[in-house]
Design a protein around this ligand. Structure first.
Ligand code: NAD
Length: 502
């Protein structure tokens, strides 16, 4: 056994997990018996663990467990009590932050400093939505008929959540916390490549008082376990975070069963720099926008649109900056950028880079890389226009396409010239222009002289190929509840009339 595989075993034991990933159903760890899945350390390139797909049977058991626990959650615990349990879960997660962060760094290949930040954000998500648990009330509506009409905000029942490998813990907390605060049961299927921290997170919450079975985790594959859960009779809504290609398959399957979906998909976000911007800030912002997380972020600023007057200067500043970034072992404190998270993604990023060069892209890149791991160096691609595949397709790596523009209208047209609508940013000292762009650019999140600022209290989501529906903030409460309209006739003679509803 390699040192890294041994570390995986140690961390698994500390998190009270078995030696290989297992699904968590009704509070018990259960092994599947399907096709083998391999967890590979993307830095040391060694096998950490192998485990069988949980397949449809376990997915169906998880849905039934969630349905039963959801009833208890709503009947045996009152709203304030549900909030208190979520607060206790947050405290328990905070206590295990270091182990969770190390496990995430090892399996997902994400720098330990980023993993610590993400665990802290999960704690914050549980606390934020714990506060909402007893504030989900409806309205009294002054209908003209004289009835007393009021609304209730009811949980949906069981929701099925599917998450990707790029920020497993963060995404799990992001979706689990609002779902259970609203009174739902959950089945969650993390990526088969990064299932462990989601399982650990739910186990920790259960130890802190979360009813067993309220949240169940599937250690398995999308086409088997994922599709079974989408079709399962207990599941009332599907929330998917992942690629547009898989999102389409999920939406089709959910549509077949007439179930609503939220899709949080990819992007090709424009980071726009005008010649009146503070270039030092813009250069730092542009690097953080695309290089942090090795570019494996849905909101990555993967297209850098730069006013032609400052194009060469800004690219110079960015190339100097990218040579100072520390690449290395995700578990090392100094590491700022780790490897690409898995072999499949590494092949995609390197393939996109080769094709871009074949199509005339000029590559500005650093040459020095660690001698192990799926590393792609921070790279700027110049000399391509906005129609090039590298400017239109999500690369999901530390690769930014730099495109010069002349006028504000050009910048807007370029920014909107993709099939996505997730995020964007502008760097300018002109406040009027900043607001004009924030309105003109199609994006669910837009930053002015900033990039990647997000918070659990603020809505997040996209349009077109970036998906639909919203996560975070009060918008997530709306996604995870359903309003019921109640009509009371208090008159001596009931006002029953045909034709009120057709
Ligand atoms: P992916 O689409 O390959 O996989 C996502 C999840 O879908 C995994 O859990 C996978 O097992 C599951 N899956 C695969 N096939 C399935 C099927 N047929 N039915 C049901 N489930 C299935 O995505 P990925 O490569 O893991 O993640 C990268 C993508 O995620 C990027 O496109 C990125 O932009 C996107 N992403 C979006 C957001 C957002 O909030 N908008 C956040 C993070 C990542």
């Amino acid at each position: 056994m390699t040192d890294r595989a041994a570390l995986f075993q140690t961390l698994s034991a500390e998190l009270q997990l078995g030696p290989v990933p297992q699904s968590l159903v009704a509070g018990a760890l259960v092994s599947g018996s399907g096709d083998g899945i391999t967890l590979e350390d993307p830095y040391a390139r060694c096998i950490l663990a192998e485990y069988p797909d949980c397949e449809a049977d376990i997915a169906n058991q998880a849905c039934a467990a969630a349905a039963a626990a959801q009833q208890t959650w709503m009947t045996e615990t009152n709203a304030a009590g549900r909030g208190n349990i979520m607060q206790a879960a947050a405290t328990a997660i905070e206590r295990r932050a270091d182990t969770l962060a190390r496990m995430e760094a090892l399996v997902a290949g994400k720098p330990i400093r980023d993993c610590r930040t993400e665990v802290a954000k999960v704690v914050e998500m549980f606390r934020y939505y714990a506060g909402w648990a007893d504030k989900l009330h409806g309205q009294v509506i002054p209908v003209p008929s004289g009835h007393l009409n009021y609304t209730l905000r009811e949980p949906l029942g069981v929701v099925f959540q599917i998450t990707p490998w790029n920020a497993p813990l963060f995404t799990a907390g992001w979706q689990i916390a609002p779902a259970i605060a609203c009174g739902n049961g959950v089945v969650i299927k993390p990526s088969e490549l990064t299932p462990v921290t989601t399982i650990a997170l739910v186990k920790i919450a259960e130890k802190a008082g979360l009813p067993k079975g309220l949240v169940n985790v599937l250690a398995g594959l999308g086409p088997t376990a994922g599709q079974a859960a989408i079709a399962n009779e207990h599941v009332r809504k599907v929330v998917f975070v992942g690629s547009p290609q898989t999102g389409r398959q999920v939406a089709i399957a959910a549509g077949r069963a007439l179930k609503p979906v939220v899709l949080e998909l990819g992007g090709k976000s424009a980071n726009i720099v005008f010649d009146d911007a503070n270039l030092k800030h813009a250069a730092l912002g542009a690097q953080a926008a695309i290089f942090s997380g090795a570019g494996q972020s849905c909101v990555a600023g993967s297209r850098l649109l730069v006013h032609q007057a400052v194009h060469a200067e800004l690219l110079d500043m960015i190339s100097t900056g990218m040579n100072a970034i520390t690449l290395g072992d995700p578990l090392a404190e100094a590491t700022e950028i780790g490897p690409i998270s898995n072999a499949r993604q590494y092949a995609h990023v390197t393939g996109m880079l080769t094709a871009a060069q074949d199509q005339g892209g000029q590559v500005l890149t650093r040459k020095v890389l660690p001698d192990t791991g799926y590393f792609v160096p921070p790279t700027v691609l110049a000399g391509l226009d906005n129609t090039a595949p590298a400017a239109q397709t999500e690369i999901f790596g530390p690769v930014v396409v730099a495109i010069p523009f002349e006028t504000e209208q050009d910048a807007i047209a370029l920014a909107n010239g993709t099939s996505f609508g997730l995020a964007g940013a502008v760097w300018t000292d002109n406040v009027g222009r900043a607001h004009r762009l924030s309105q003109a650019i199609r994006a669910g999140t837009f930053w002015i002289n900033s990039y990647k600022a997000i918070h659990v209290s603020s809505p997040f989501g996209g349009s077109l190929q970036s998906g639909f529906g919203r996560s975070s903030g009060t918008d997530a409460l709306a996604e995870y509840t359903s309003p019921k309209s109640v009509w009371l006739d208090s008159g001596e003679t009931p006002k029953i009339a045909f034709g009120y509803v057709s």
